[in-house]
Ligand binder design. Sequence first.
Ligand SMILES: [Zn+2]
Length: 107
Amino acid sequence: MRLLRCPRCGEGKLYRGLLTIVDQCSACGLALKQHEQGDGPAFFGILLIGALAGIFAAIFEMKFAPPYWLHAAIWIPFILIGSIASLRLGKAALIAAQYRLRGEDFK
Ligand SMILES: [Zn+2]
């Protein structure tokens, strides 16, 4: 199975733009839009990226004691990019899991 692709055929793209799920697969026509997961991927992304940013920032502060502008220059992009990446992966993983476990709902 290819990452961020249709769970049935592995060919059609799962996203239109950054975080919008396509209505249906462009390759096999599988209906995907109705399987938006709400806040599930965001919740797990916040837990993961928030924990990583907090731990790494604390270690960085204790080892190097950098100025605050350097913390901001590192951790703000880390959090933004990490949040978007974890949302994309989380949404794709939950759609794939739904397809595997409740494939009859994908009509
Ligand atoms: Zn497909």
